[in-house]
Unconditional design. Sequence first.
Length: 119
Amino acid sequence: MLDTVEITLCLICTIKQDGRNIWVTGGPALDLFSQGKTEDDAKRCLEEAISLWVEDCIERGTLEQALSEAGFHKAYPRSVHPGDEQRTVSPAEKDASAMDTFLVQIAAPAYQAAALMAS
């Protein structure tokens, strides 16, 4: 079995109807937005935009920097106890709270150990 690393992002995203036939979705934490003719189509388009953003950052080797610039911080699950963490809310999240929200969970491509792949 190869060693792998998998990256999963869970983002609170917004959705609203803008006119009769347009749904607008947004991922305010990453400043990414999309739209579609139906609610489901708009969500799918936003998920695709987020996935492409993550893949592009990975390919350029800038994911950690891009997430840091978006206000994310590394979390170490073993060292965090429920209730101990303090969370600050960004201005984008405050604006998003006025709209309907949904959760987007993206699994980025896994990395496999380079040494094992070379053989």
